[in-house]
Design a protein around this ligand. Structure first.
Ligand SMILES: N[C@@H](CCC[C@H](N)C(=O)O)C(=O)O
Length: 299
């Protein structure tokens, strides 16, 4: 048993998908599974859906945290070293990139509103449309979206068919015919999502959404969604999941492009799909900053 180290942190969220941000430019924090789960624990830690370590890609390669620079990522790029609440590593986190970019801009790590954020899935260029110390509005170029065909998931006593979608990380996006906002809200996600392990050997995130409704506003369609995340459980939002859901829903009505506004329990985002790629736009809020005491948890 070891005592958890003293750490400086920032707490932030993107549509209530919340993160403990750990600035660690020298990569001196050993982000073990135990440390990450303690940080994310809502009773004994700060509480969050995940951890975002802030360091350059080059420093993370030098420390052996990542093996090599991922595609398109330069050594000097700020890199989002993302961990799920259970301590597992995921390739990408769309809401995390918004919060990460907001933190980098507000902390003065970058002096431009457009810059690349490194992730294990590759470079994710961002545009910070506006920011202050607390709030920001950020777009993330989420890269290539790959639709891989159908699969099924069991949730409570129901079985849902969805589209497998790779957004750098794996998803099953299920558009449910006849699902209303009320029946979506009533869905029981407490017992998790049972995926086909042969199809998803590394697990996946599962999105359940209402069919696209045509919109008269500044988006083409709207939908409502809930999500069950790999390594976390139900969260109030998932950026990669929103991109997967918008892409699958458009595909389901025979379109490969469109602007979709999606409401999740944590708020609203806009996903623009075109040319096999997507842009995610939404808010970021930096809620608090502080210091964890030495020995704040026993690991
Ligand atoms: N909340 C994230 C996704 C985080 C990773 C996911 N749980 C996984 O394991 O793939 C997002 O906003 O995209």
């Amino acid at each position: 048993m070891t005592a958890a180290p003293a750490l400086s942190f920032v707490k932030g969220h993107g549509t209530q998908n919340d993160f403990v941000v750990i600035p660690d430019p020298t990569v001196s924090v050993d982000l073990t599974t135990e440390l990450v789960s303690a940080l994310c624990d809502r009773q004994r830690g700060i509480g969050a859906d995940g951890v975002l370590r802030v360091a350059t890609a080059g420093a993370l390669v030098g420390a052996g945290v990542i093996d090599a620079l991922p595609d398109g990522v330069a050594a000097d790029d700020w890199f989002m070293d993302y961990r799920n609440a259970d301590g597992s590593i995921a390739e990408m986190c769309g809401n995390g990139v918004r919060v990460f970019a907001h933190y980098c801009r507000a902390a003065g790590l970058v002096d431009s509103d457009t810059f690349p954020v490194g992730s294990r899935a590759g470079s994710r260029p961002v545009v910070v449309h506006r920011f202050d110390a607390v709030d920001a509005d950020v777009s993330v170029a989420m890269g290539h979206v790959r639709l891989d065909g159908p699969s099924a998931v069991g949730i409570a006593r129901g079985r849902y068919i969805g589209e497998r979608v790779d957004v750098g990380n794996p998803h099953l996006a299920c558009v449910v015919e006849g699902l209303t906002v009320d029946s979506l809200a009533a869905l029981d996600l407490t017992t998790g999502a049972q995926l086909d392990a042969d199809v998803f050997p590394n697990g996946a995130n599962v999105e359940i959404l209402t069919p696209l409704a045509p919109s008269e506003s500044d988006v083409d369609f709207t939908a409502h969604m809930r999500v069950f995340e790999r390594g976390v459980g139900e969260t109030r939002s998932c950026g990669t999941g929103l991109v997967a859901a918008a892409s699958a829903a458009l595909h389901g009505i025979g379109r490969d492009a469109g602007v979709v506004g999606i409401t999740i329990p944590g708020g609203d985002v806009v996903v623009t799909v075109a040319d096999g790629a997507a842009v995610l736009r939404g808010p970021s809020r930096l809620v608090a900053r502080g210091e964890l005491n030495p020995g704040w948890a026993v690991l």
